[in-house]
Design a protein around this ligand. Sequence first.
Ligand code: FCB
Length: 435
Amino acid sequence: MNFTRADFPDGFRFGVATSAYQIEGHQFGGAGLTHWDSFAGTPGNVVRFENGALACDHYNRLDEDLDLIAGLGADVYRFSTSWARVMPEGTGAVNGEGLDFYDRLVDGLLERGISPALTLYHWELPQPLADQGGWRNVDMPNWFADYAEVVAGRLGDRLWSLAPINEPWCVGWLSHFDGHHAPGLRDIRATARAMHHVLVSHGRAIQVCKGLGVQNLGAVCNFEWSTPASDAPEDVAAATRYDAIYNRFFLGGLFKGEYPAEVLDGLEPHLPNGWQDDFPTIQSPLDWAGINFYTRKRLAHVPNAPWPAYAEMPTQGPTTDMGWEIYPDALQMFLTRMAREYTGDLPIYVTENGMASATNPDPDRIEYLDQHLRAVQAAIAEGAPVAGYFVWSLMDNYEWALGYEKRFGLVHVDFDTLARTPKASYHALADWWRG
Ligand code: FCB
């Protein structure tokens, strides 16, 4: 990788990201059951029925892992707190041991000169809340606001940044329409409610955290570029619907106080009563916007099918171990489009980007990161106010429904011995991040 820090604007921050359930080991420290445990415990949902009970055992190897982040020269560590670790029932009693763990994590980062970037929800919903309908339940914003208050009340004075929810599209669509993630539903009404409640919950948490004086509040969305599979008007419209559902629904809600017509065509009859009145909450002012970026899709119209009536067509370019096309131009296009159409001068952070690859050493990962960093530079040259770039992920971990076989880490994890070994990509980044 041929970069130095001087190739990026002053104050540009580099970092790495993880999430609680994917690395901690949820069996430890009094964490409650989550809907991911139930989902993974149902045959057919997850490769080899794997779950996050042990994961990378990060809960017991905290210092070793913080040293790895420091060794990389990262400015920022983006991590999440597990709701079920902090509040095993989802509401009410707080698990002191769980909160203490995150307290040690934050202090351990600060001692090493690393800025803590907290996400409050990265998908492990406490099972008792899932039992009550989870994100479908109109009470979710209240439950989430209470949880936000507990975590921000304890950690908020030492955070560099806070984002309430990782990737609302995954929480809503992927988990309730596609059924690929917990709770594994395939139901349009559940989807509409989850998509809306996740944004209301985001806004409520922002308000709570602002009230507590937490600085630097943002939102983290994942976006996929959509390209029509042909020039046929039906395919162009299919790609537009995909873009509306995946990208513009969340950008529109957060930054314009509206949902795209192409989404309302399908979801409006299923949205909760009075949904239009929630936009002032959803639009609670933010200090930055985060984008998680991995790939693009090619879309075709499916005749005689119910909304959204599209299908993903085979990829055309090189792919990662996830089967995701490597398409860095789309990162540049998203960054400039977001700034132009939605976020204006707000700093944008690439809060996740990286590739699954089992090769080790991993020149392919170095190449992937290199290409995407060049896309970031191109967006900056076009005027997009990009202020940081965080790699997914620090180490190989539990890749949700794909279990432990997809390796996104800069650090290799041997899932038998749990030994950590930095890969070539780790050393390549450290060479210039350490400065
Ligand atoms: C993102 C998730 C993250 C990880 C990467 C590969 O959608 O936020 O947890 O699974 O994809």
